[in-house]
Ligand binder design. Structure first.
Ligand SMILES: *[C@@H]1O[C@H](CO)[C@@H](O)[C@H](O)[C@H]1NC(C)=O
Length: 273
């Protein structure tokens, strides 16, 4: 009888110790400091860099780029969706091309690019997403991008509409906006890595009904005119490697692609062209 009672007390003690340590673990996990360091050292959950979704625009026939992007994004343990881009030779593009050809010099590849981005904005709205990050499939990312995004996002105003984590050219950026690498966008050329909020997607869809210029130029004009509330990260956390690889979209100005990352993830992972 005494032995049974002693055993029971022991079991009770063990049970309480286990309960206490479980509570302690949960508390530790929920405290922000711990979670921040946790998520950067041990990546056990797929993430989306805090946006509702990550879209990766990709032509079905470019499986080579899909593979390369998967290697890159899987390193960050990201959850993403390859979104089928319009092919320059598709009937949709041909139709648009015929209707705009008279007043503009748009290439079919540029029309295909714009239509593809527009389709993503529509998907953001249809799926009622708060925001989404859009990647083209020819990019490289800064190794510590997750850490940097975590630090920048709290300073992004709640009513942001576009957020460029990568852009081409050196933007004529002025004062940092509350954080040393966050700026109000001025001329964020290129569309290889940017986020759109739901309101941003709605605005862009309603404005971009008529195509008469390449998408990135149209966006620059809208942003310069203050019609879209956009922010940029400088130096960019995402760059394109397309100069070396035969792009689907012509590069009109080689100075656009001379951007260097401080620590390229493709290089770090030894992912070759
Ligand atoms: C790049 O990042 C990796 C991973 O964090 C690190 O091991 C490496 O030393 C970095 N390289 C440079 C040149 O900073």
């Amino acid at each position: 009888m005494k032995a049974t009672l002693k055993k029971f007390t022991q079991l009770k003690t063990i049970f309480f110790i286990m309960l206490l340590s479980t509570i302690l673990c949960i508390q530790l996990y929920n405290s922000n400091d711990f979670r921040l360091s946790f998520s950067t050292t041990k990546k056990n959950r797929p993430g989306t860099f805090h946006f509702d979704k990550i879209y990766v625009l990709n032509l079905k026939r470019r499986s080579d780029r899909r593979e390369k992007m998967s290697l890159l994004l899987d390193y960050f343990n990201l959850e993403y969706e390859f979104f089928p881009a319009f092919d320059a030779n598709s009937p949709e593009v041909e139709k648009e091309y015929q209707s705009v050809i008279k007043q503009s010099k748009l290439r079919k590849s540029e029309i295909a690019c714009t239509l593809s981005h527009l389709k993503i904005y529509q998907s953001i709205i249809n799926n009622n997403l708060k925001s989404a990050l859009i990647f083209e499939d020819d990019i490289d990312l800064e190794v510590d991008i997750e850490l940097q995004i975590n630090e920048i996002l709290p300073y992004l105003p709640k009513d942001w509409e576009m957020f460029y984590i990568g852009h081409c050219c050196v933007e004529d950026l002025r004062e940092p906006f509350n954080y040393p690498t966050l700026f109000i966008s001025t001329r964020p050329s290129c569309t290889h890595a940017y986020a759109v909020s739901n309101i941003g997607a709605q605005k862009l869809l309603s404005i971009l009904v008529k195509l008469n210029n390449p998408l990135d130029c149209v966006l620059v004009d809208l942003i310069e005119a203050g019609k879209i509330k956009s922010f940029s990260v400088e130096p960019p956390l995402a760059v394109q490697w397309r100069l070396g690889m035969g792009s689907d979209i012509a590069v009109s100005d080689p100075s656009w692609v001379d951007q260097q990352l401080k620590n390229s993830t493709l290089k770090y992972l030894s992912i070759k062209d």
